[in-house]
Design a protein around this ligand. Structure first.
Ligand SMILES: [Zn+2]
Length: 213
């Protein structure tokens, strides 16, 4: 049977470029693919867009609680050589279970691209936890995402009105049109220095460090 692969990186880490290049390679050889993304990703509407200008229309724009194991969706993917999922951190646990089922009972390879963590530095969603739990292969996409200090970016920090914050809704999609908020890829040291250090949790941990040093 086929594998389910989870490829993750921080924001601006080249996930979508990797996905669209994979789609292009299959389609260049006339293999059918199915591209899925969540309707919660409003950026690009029914298209997947990469920073280098590549784009492709999605085949399934998946609603929040929509099942992939319906006759209607099965008709779209059953002849595919591969299923590619963009921003898979927006899928719920049930949808990840269904993708795993498609790989292991229907025998179609599934490659999910997504974020590991949210702006608070926590696992993004139940869907991501489940991706880590069940994926046959887990790969970090080679880091093209650098922190402003030049180290590899690990975190996706949120800035509101130019200030780092740990507050606000879990999901806030940057469509590139609103100027009041943005995401900034940061390394662990810069995330600690600029974002985390103001929080109660980090202050308490820093106190413990001071005590033992
Ligand atoms: Zn840094």
């Amino acid at each position: 049977m086929a594998d389910m692969i989870f490829k993750y990186s921080s924001m601006s880490g080249g996930k979508t470029i990797n996905l669209l290049q994979t789609a292009f390679s299959y389609e260049e050889k006339n293999f059918k693919i199915t591209l899925i993304k969540s309707i919660q990703d409003t950026k690009g509407k029914n298209k997947v867009l990469s920073r280098n200008g590549m784009q492709r229309e999605v085949d399934i724009l998946l609603h929040k609680d929509e099942s992939l194991l319906t006759t209607k969706n099965y008709q779209k993917y059953y002849t595919s050589k591969v299923i590619l999922v963009d921003e898979s951190e927006l899928l719920n646990k049930r949808q990840i279970q269904e993708l795993w089922t498609i790989a292991h009972l229907i025998n179609i390879p599934v490659i999910c691209y997504g974020l590991k963590s949210n702006f608070k530095g926590e696992i993004f969603s139940d869907g991501v936890s489940h991706l880590f739990a069940v994926s046959d292969i887990i790969e970090e996409i080679g880091s093209t995402s650098l922190c402003e200090c030049g180290k590899k970016a690990i975190f996706n920090a949120r800035k509101i009105n130019d200030k780092y914050t740990l507050d606000g809704p879990d999901i806030l999609i940057d469509e590139g049109t609103k100027k009041e908020f943005e995401y900034v890829p940061l390394c662990s040291d810069c995330y600690m220095k600029y974002v985390k250090i103001g929080s109660e949790e980090a202050k308490n941990l820093a106190k413990l460090v001071d005590k033992i040093r």
